[in-house]
Structures are given as C-alpha cells and as structure tokens.
Design a protein around this ligand. Structure first.
Ligand code: FES
Length: 358
C-alpha cells in the first residue's frame, strides 16, 4: 500500500527558468519503502495557503544514482508547481508518498534491446530515469530519444543528456525538436505531431526492430505518436506512455444516465483498506467512490483525481461500477476487476471495493 512519510528536502536545484528538481533525504529505516523503479513517480503533499494540495511528479534519478529526486515544472496557475519553484527550499519538510507507477519495462544486464522515446517538455523526467538505467544496466542496448521543447534554453536536463550522449556515443542518439526557435531544418522545427513522428520513424528507425517505445508529455503528443506507431504496425504491447497530471486533466463527469442508480435505489458500498472496512450508501449524485469514501473518513491513496495517475487503484470484489475515464489501467487489469476509485460510480445495488488486493 502506498503511504506518506515526512521527508526532509535535501536540495532544490534550478534546472531551467521554470523548472526545479527536488531531492529528498531518505532515512535508513525508510530506504526499502522508497526504493523505486526507473519511470516511477512520487506524490507530494503540502499545505499551501491553508489548503492541502497533492501532486504527482516523476522521478528523474535512476535507481542506481542512490538519490530520490523529482523534477517540477511550473505550470500556469499550478499551486504546487509554483510553490515548489518559488518557495520550497532545502531542509523544508514535505509529505512524500512511497513510489508508484508502471511506466517501465524490466531491465537486465544480458538484454540487448532497442528503445525509442518521445518526450516533450517536462515529459523528459521519467524518460531520463529510464534512459540512464537502460544505458547503465544493458551494455548492448541502444536508445533513441526525440525530445521536443520550445527553445534551447527550456530544454530540461540538457547537460545531463549531453553527458549521457558523450559516454554512450554508439548507443544513444538524441534529436531535439524546437517549436519556437529556428534551427535551420524544418524537420526539427515545430511540435512532435503525427506527420513529424511518421517522418522520424521512416528516416531514423527500423520500426520493426524496436523493442520498446516510451512516450511522455502532453496528451496530444502522446496520442499522435501512439496512433502513428499503431498505423505503422507496432504491437500495442511495445507502446508505453505516461500522461501527466496537469490542470488540463479532465474533471470527473457524472456517470451516464442509463447506468446510474436512482436516488430511491441507493447502492450499499463497502470499501476495504488495511483490513478495515467502511460502509456507506451512494446514490445518483455523480460522486465517485473515492470522494464518497474520503468523506467517510477512509484515508485512501489518491493524487490526480483525474483518472491519470493510478494512485487510487482498487479492486471491485463484488458488484459493478462504471469508470468515467481511465488513462491509467491496462486492459487486463480492468478485466480482473481493478478500477480507479476516483472515476468509479456504482452500477449495482451492492459494491465492495478493496485497496488490499494487488
Ligand atoms: S487519483 Fe489519480 S487516477 Fe485516481
């Protein structure tokens, strides 16, 4: 079960004008809890202007760095990101949830694979963690990165990427794409969209020989690249993407009328967490199971409340629910009854949802 602990901020480092990376001190007795896999994220919690705010940020370090560090890009009207960029400093304390996320494939020293990543802006954060880990662990593997930014000076981790390139000349290729700076080549000027992605695939890749594709950035880029790859015949199992929790995350909507429960016909809900059960009734008021259970005092894990981060993953062990959106669960998980509690609405008279099933 994911759990919050109070960690000391070891360093806040300015990476670009509007991005900091934040490293944490992890005490020895919590080292095992904060062991992470490349590509995972942390959910941070702070009181900002008297209000609790939680946000998830990808880890940018590699498990081999022996450092727990996330990158936080300031977004317009982003309460947490503004706080992190303008107020947070070394030796402050933050509530940090144990690492979560499945944006990775297993690395093994004997593997020889081809990896391709498409990142835009702060989408580089989990990608650089994956890239460092692959290059350090798999001496025979190759990595190609397509990285979109507005201008050269907004490229996050530019030095680190250049450093990786210098030490892995034969195995790492990096292509920068800039949307607001002329670089003398129309191919690399603009955004990573369907057309450009197709051109990159034709010019720089033997798509069939690629073992894993990773994408992280704005939703439009992710779906453009995903669609292009699928059109080119790439097996869906090789395509991995991570959507970020942003203010653009769609707000939960009411469930569809025809499947909703009427007010006279309230559902009996049981939520199980750490072997404790919480019971309440829920009707057709559009409230999701997560919010309803939080009101009942269940300290459930959550971050984005937008169906993106997967922090609120639980299993329906009895009854049925509808999910408004699902950007996080794999088809096999949905088949096995896993749901995103923040998106789940009851569609049967009785529903049992457990956070203890993994
Ligand atoms: S809290 Fe992020 S998917 Fe539910």
């Amino acid at each position: 079960m994911p759990k919050f602990h109070t960690l000391n901020v070891k360093e806040v480092r300015k990476e670009t004008n509007d991005t900091v990376s934040v490293a944490f001190d992890v005490p020895n007795d919590l080292k095992a809890d904060y062991q992470f896999i490349q590509g995972q994220y942390l959910t941070l919690k702070a009181m900002i202007n008297g209000e609790e705010v939680r946000r998830s940020y990808s880890i940018c370090s590699s498990p081999m760095d022996e450092e727990l560090r996330v990158a936080i890009k300031k977004v317009e009207e982003g309460r947490f990101s503004t706080f992190a960029n303008e107020v947070l400093k070394a030796d402050d304390k933050l509530e940090v949830m144990t690492p979560m996320g499945r944006f990775y494939t297993e690395v093994h020293s004997e593997q020889s694979k081809k990896y391709v990543a498409f990142a835009a802006g702060s989408g580089i954060t989990p990608i650089i963690s994956i890239m460092k880990t692959v290059l350090e662990t798999e001496s025979e593997s190759e990595f190609i990165l397509f990285y979109g930014n507005q201008k050269t000076d907004t490229i996050i981790f530019k030095e680190a990427i250049d450093g990786l390139k210098n030490t892995n000349m034969q195995r790492l290729s990096v292509y920068h794409i800039l949307s607001r700076e002329a670089i003398g080549s129309s191919l690399f000027e603009g955004r990573i969209d369907k057309e450009r992605c197709e051109k990159f695939c034709n010019l720089f890749l033997d798509v069939e020989s690629v073992d894993e594709f990773f994408m992280c950035g704005p939703e439009s880029m992710i779906f453009d690249v995903k669609d292009t790859l699928e059109t080119l015949g790439v097996d869906k199992k090789k395509i991995h993407f991570e959507l970020f929790t942003t203010s653009a995350t769609p707000a939960p909507q009411k469930p569809k009328k025809k499947k909703a429960i009427s007010n006279e016909d309230l559902s009996d809900i049981t939520v199980i967490l750490d072997s404790h059960s919480y019971q309440f009734q829920l009707g057709e008021d559009g409230e999701n199971l997560l919010d309803a259970a939080l009101k009942e005092g269940a300290d459930l894990p959550f971050a984005c409340k937008g169906g993106v981060c997967c922090t609120c993953r639980a299993k329906i062990t009895e009854g049925t629910v509808d999910m408004t959106v699902n950007y996080a669960l794999e088809p096999w998980e949905v088949e096995q009854g896993f749901v995103l509690a923040c998106q789940a609405h009851p569609t049967s008279k009785k529903v049992v949802m457990s956070f203890d099933e993994t």
